[in-house]
Design a binder for this molecule. Structure first.
Ligand code: NAD
Ligand code: UDX
Length: 455
């Protein structure tokens, strides 16, 4: 099938590359000329396991093209995926300017039937706005081409995006019941046929329910995390181990094991903004989503917990003190630092007067870019970008772990102890067993695990 993807970011690039891998003829469009030039030169703008190979293979096969030419892109695909960003507006609601600009571009250039697929995460009712924007452009040119707007939200996780796209738990598609909607239904069914060979994974529904499903999923997952983080902080107070509790409750199939990890708070480009956007949608209908307000507030607080533990141990004035920080990306296997908890921790340490040495296996370049925006020159001068995890340690009062990269899971503890000024570890992802750490001579501060580390 002929497919155009408008917006070649995390979702657009993965969607385009994976659909090409299935044999489709895909055109990826972006307004960012540098990004498209990089892709056309064989580069890849994001770190995502397995993506580079899929992109290279399909470019070589001529099934995947990258362009900034909107007219050619609209002409190419019968299916036009909109995968542009929907960042938070000033009030936290989803900013639809990029989605509506993409819709207008389609309307301005289309001359035959198109299925317009909303892949971006968009508030309920957006498909109607996309439809109106396209129709207004068609009317302005007295062009009678027909189209249908479909909602097909994306559930991939960064760091596992190719795997998630190729082996989805479910595919959610919302179509309307018009003649164009039925035609769109047929084309979407054909497109996703390869995913449904062994068992049907597609959930067909009305457009608004599909739009809502995406927010409901992210809000539920964020709620589980904030719930566990709040319990972890209580566990620290009452002397319980949140990891034991996690196993204890996760084994109940009604609860399940996933997304119950207490830690340094959730980050990334989705949970924080989607929780906010759903709250704002509710407010437009005079509804106050109390649970989601709490989820957001707990997460904001949770991002401060690691820094607070450091301040409790070393004092609020950290001047003259040096800290090692492992993990900058908001989660492992990505270089994405959007809403990363490490940014909050660094702010606390630098505001306290400390110097830091930081390391991340893939996010160092992105960290340099982002931290230059977060901090002034004086604060930045107190950050050293180290060349390895061990290179962060010399002379540090303590090691602070923020992201659970595999490479941090089995370090040489003897070397760590020898390099640190004091054998103290703050672990924002509960990577290690407190008892083992105590036996190895470390003062170990996890999240919600103080029962095992109290002397
Ligand atoms: P991104 O910022 O990585 O990419 C968006 C791209 O769209 C950018 O390259 C930008 O230059 C381009 N763009 C903006 N306006 C354009 C236009 N008019 N024409 C062509 N290109 C344009 O964003 P992302 O992380 O891929 O997210 C895209 C959407 O998918 C968001 O709604 C997000 O909530 C949703 N989503 C993201 C993820 C994720 O893990 N990142 C997962 C599921 C859903
Ligand atoms: C999320 C959704 O999982 C995905 O379905 C959606 O399409 C996009 O948003 P992503 O943000 O890429 O994906 O990563 P995810 O693995 O969900 O992690 C989000 C944040 O939650 C990370 O900061 C992670 O560290 C944190 N997290 C996750 C926890 O703190 N505890 C957990 O148990 C799980």
């Amino acid at each position: 099938m002929k497919i155009t993807i408008i917006g070649t970011g995390y979702v657009g690039l993965v969607t385009g590359a994976c659909l090409a891998e299935l044999g489709n003829d895909v055109f990826c469009l972006d307004v960012d000329e540098r990004k498209i030039a990089m892709l056309n030169a064989g580069g890849i703008p994001i770190h995502e396991p397995g993506l580079e190979e899929v992109v290279a293979r399909n470019r070589a096969a001529g099934r995947l093209q990258f362009s900034t030419d909107i007219a050619a892109s609209v002409a190419h695909g019968t299916l036009q995926f909109i995968a542009v960003g929907t960042p938070p507006d000033e009030d936290g609601s989803a900013d639809l300017q990029y989605v509506l600009a993409a819709a207008k571009s389609i309307g301005r250039h289309m001359t035959e039937f198109k299925v317009i697929v909303d892949k971006s995460t968009v508030p309920v009712g957006t498909a109607d706005r996309v439809k109106a924007a396209v129709q207004a452009e068609l009317d302005a040119r007295a062009e009678g081409a027909k189209f249908s707007v479909v909602s097909n939200p994306e559930f991939l996780k960064e760091g596992a995006a190719v795997e998630d796209f190729m082996r989805p738990d479910r595919i959610v598609i919302g179509c309307d019941s018009s003649a164009e909607g039925s035609r769109a239904h047929g084309l979407m069914k054909k497109l996703y046929m390869p995913f449904n060979r062994n068992h049907e994974r597609t959930f067909w529904m009305d457009v608004r329910s599909a739009e809502f499903t995406k927010y409901a999923a992210n809000a539920m997952l964020a709620t589980r995390i904030s719930f566990m983080n709040e319990l972890a902080n209580l566990a620290d107070q009452v002397g319980a181990d949140i990891e034991a509790v996690r196993h204890g409750i996760g084994s109940d199939p009604r609860i399940g094991h996933s997304f119950l990890y207490a830690g340094a708070g959730y980050g990334g480009s989705c949970f924080p903004k989607d929780v906010q956007a759903l709250e704002r949608t509710a407010r437009q209908y005079d509804q106050d989503l109390l649970i989601l307000r709490a989820v957001e507030a707990v997460n904001d607080k949770q991002k401060l917990v690691l820094g607070q533990k450091v301040a409790k141990r070393f004092g609020a004035d950290l001047s003259g003190k040096h800290f090692a920080v492992w993990g900058l990306a908001f989660k492992p296997n990505t270089d994405d630092m959007r809403e990363a908890p490490a940014r909050v921790l660094l702010k606390q340490l630098l505001d306290g007067g400390a110097t830091v040495a930081v390391y991340d296996p893939v996010a160092m370049a992105e960290a340099k870019r982002v931290l230059a925006l977060d901090f002034d020159a004086e604060q930045l001068a107190r950050v050293r970008f180290a060349s390895s995890p061990m290179d962060t340690l010399t002379g540090a009062e303590a090691l602070v772990i923020v992201t659970e990269w595999k490479a941090f899971r089995s370090p040489d503890f003897d070397r760590i102890k020898a390099a640190l000024k004091q054998a103290v570890i703050f672990d924002g992802r509960n990577l290690f067993e407190p008892q083992v750490m105590a036996e190895a001579g470390f003062e170990y501060h996890g999240i919600g695990r103080s029962v095992l580390t109290r002397s």
